[in-house]
Design a protein around this ligand. Structure first.
Ligand code: MRU
Length: 369
């Protein structure tokens, strides 16, 4: 997608092949800063401190992190060390494990002398593949929107609510939940997006709003608690969100607050779709609530906010009284029964074992039984 008119990805290799560059997402929307990843430690830090975030981009960064690690130590011990260090950065998005497994499967059989070059080449193709998957999700989701819009009698405005940031900033390019929105907007569908602010880190207010602004998509930021009210008053035609891990049975883990939006959508008859590339499916898990590890990011993000002061400077402010404890579960699980459909690179399916097995028969032997 474009930043100030220039096509930009979230992660790329510099022309000399020596360095990986990323957009430092902790500085958006007020500052656009490029950061450099030069070794395993800087890649781990970028994921852990959320300079990069969003399930597909976490996986892509881990792949590049593995490649950077191979430059300084391509031994078997170095490979294991890099895998473990990157795996420990964030627990919920399964794309991290998927990308690391891909890299390990490629690198482990190779002689050490060949690993650095092979790792870098695979990290680059893994990023390119991510772009292709997301663009295909965009086409499938655009068809869903167009169908709903036509069934509603082609209203002048088609309102989609989204949560967190599942746009191009959360992937290498295009995004998952926002890819259908970009496709629909570009094709002339009169789409308008309700952007959940998404406390505590405000990925909606900071990142989704910034992206939509850059692309010229009409949108309005709302506080997290407003969605139910909007749905009761007929102001939401569809919800489209992303996911960090979807079980083989269609339970959807996503940013905290997604479950409440799904409940409100269910109560009001609003279609609730989840967009995901196949690396986000965890085929080993069937009960999302019981089995998916939920990241606890600590109280700081709840008690403090980063933003721009009237003076133009950026600063952290504290919003809670000194001494009040805060809890910060970063994700929740929406049971499959609340999900209208899963939008994947292979098309749309019901959120169920049968639905996923139908689209990905080669990956779902257990689910299909
Ligand atoms: O904590 P974050 O910002 O990494 O959480 C991101 C989300 O929850 C996204 O909705 C999810 O990763 C899907 S991204 C295409």
């Amino acid at each position: 997608m474009k930043v100030h008119g220039t096509p930009t990805r979230t992660i790329w290799l510099t022309d000399d092949g020596e360095t990986v560059e990323i957009i430092d997402q902790t500085r958006l929307p007020h500052e656009f800063v490029i950061a450099r990843l030069t070794d395993l430690d800087s890649a781990c830090h970028a994921i852990k401190a959320m300079l990069v975030r969003g399930a597909p981009l976490i996986g892509a960064t881990a792949a590049h992190g593995m490649a950077l690690a191979m430059r300084s130590d391509a031994s078997d011990a170095g490979l294991s060390r890099a895998y473990e260090a990157l795996f420990a950065t964030r627990p919920t998005a399964v794309n991290l494990r998927w990308a690391l497994d891909e890299m390990k499967a490629l690198l482990a059989p190779l002689p050490a002398a060949e690993r650095a070059a092979a790792a870098q080449a695979r990290a680059v193709t893994l990023c390119d593949e991510d772009v292709g998957l997301n663009e295909a999700i965009g086409d499938a989701g655009h068809a869903v929107f167009r169908d709903l819009w036509e069934k509603k009698g082609r209203p002048d405005q088609f309102n989609v609510l989204t949560h967190c940031n599942a746009g191009w900033l959360a992937t290498v390019d295009w995004g998952t939940a926002l890819a259908p929105i970009y496709k629909a907007h570009d094709a002339g569908l009169p789409i308008h997006v309700w952007v959940d602010e998404t406390r505590p880190r405000n990925q909606g207010a900071s990142l989704t709003a910034w992206e939509l602004n850059q692309h010229g998509v009409p949108h309005t930021v709302i506080v997290d608690n407003a969605g139910g009210h909007m749905m009761q008053h007929g102001l939401v035609d569809a919800c489209m969100v992303g996911t960090d891990r979807t079980t083989a049975t269609g339970d959807v883990c996503n940013k905290i607050g997604t479950y409440l939006k799904a409940l409100a959508a269910h109560d009001n008859g609003v279609p609730f779709y989840v967009a995901l590339p196949s690396p986000t499916i965890d085929w080993t898990v069937s009960d999302g609530v019981a089995e998916i590890p939920i990241e606890d990011r600590g109280p700081g993000e709840v008690c403090r906010l980063w933003g721009r002061l009237d003076s133009g400077e950026t600063a952290w402010i504290t919003v809670t009284p000194d001494g009040s404890p805060a809890a910060n579960p970063a994700f929740d699980v929406t049971p499959a029964r609340l999900v209208t459909g899963l939008v994947t690179e292979r098309g749309v399916c019901p959120a169920s074992a049968e639905g996923l097995a139908g689209l990905f028969p080669e990956r779902a032997p257990a689910a299909a039984e």
